[in-house]
Design a protein around this ligand. Sequence first.
Ligand code: GLV
Ligand code: MN
Ligand code: MN
Length: 422
Amino acid sequence: MTVSVAPNAVAAVSEARLWQRLMEMAEIGGFVSEEGDTGVNRPCLTTLDRTARRLLISWAERIGASVTIDPAGNLFLRLEGEDPSLPPVLTGSHMDSQPQGGRFDGIYGVIAGLEAIEAVATAGIRPKRAIEVVAWTNEEGGRYAPGCTGSMSFADFRPMSDFDDIVDAAGIRYADALAEQMASESDLATRPLGYTPHAYLEAHIEQGPRLEVEGREIGVVSGIQGSRWFTVTIEGRSDHAGTTPLGLRRDAVQDMVRAITALNALMHDPDDVLRFTVASIRVEPDTSNSIARRVVFTIDFRHPDKAVLIERGDAITGVVEAAMTTCTATVHERFHALPVDFGATVPGAVAAAATSQGLSTITMPSGAFHDAQFMVPLCPTGMIFIPCRGGVSHHPAEYAEPVACANGARVLVQALLTLANS
Ligand code: GLV
Ligand code: MN
Ligand code: MN
């Protein structure tokens, strides 16, 4: 292995330590699925999330990193550089999971970031700039939709107060859950919300099959496709299922079926680039012998082309309204993130690091959204993907090989040092 930059730090990455930490974290919220897979259910701003954060902090303190939190609950671990006055290089990801999530989505980028600063500290290297590892609040959007509320607040993409009144399934407001977390972490030093990093680099599992299928070790991520999230509420009237003639019904489920059929036509894409998903449906009163008076369903719509994202996304409301026969529909957009391009700086540092370590790469866009996309307006940004088995993610069977995890951390530390010395 030839390494042109920081060979000692690259060599100090420990595959065993990284793996052991990932597995230890996976116990916090860990469960075994019906199929026998070991998954993770660790919603943001819960006791489980806080337990995971404390474990991370305990590891960070052992290597002399300083710990701070910002008003959005984002957690920062800082390894000081030669010149503390310079903007740091930022790395990290998220620690929350999907309700039926895996052991790698998000947490891998945080643990790989910690491994990177531990390797730098162990190698006795002091880069020009500090390196900070961040654990962003609520990336997944599983408990509080939309996701990425921590990074969006940090980057001033949306004001923090926009999220205050979002409620979880139990009716708990986001602002209250965040306040509870801030209170329980009141022993930690605080910092103001947001700053302009020198660069941002996030490591993540690919969450798709390309690296595995093409037999490559590292994905150099070129950008992230755009996403728009909507909730559709259809209002009808509840009536007796046994007695009400069809012609007199205002059945919210029947109009929902028409709306989804019309949306499938709107979103038809013979090239299979467009992503359109309806995955959460709430029916009221939710009983088999009363006609549904209300249905609320979600739309997750993604596309790499901004024009398509805007045109088809903007058509959703009209298509849903036109599909109604007896009910009324309202469409609310709750997340709108345009596609981003990472440019050359950070992907270049990632590609150079991987190549110098003898690792094979492909340059690829991300289909999943990530906190990284909100850093693009702030600073040069990029991501490192590692392969995951079968491309499976947002599923308990999600798996990345220990060697793949270590490869990603080695590329991460080298690219971070390149950026931190620039
Ligand atoms: C992130 O979890 C996504 O849904 O892309
Ligand atoms: Mn993720
Ligand atoms: Mn995810």
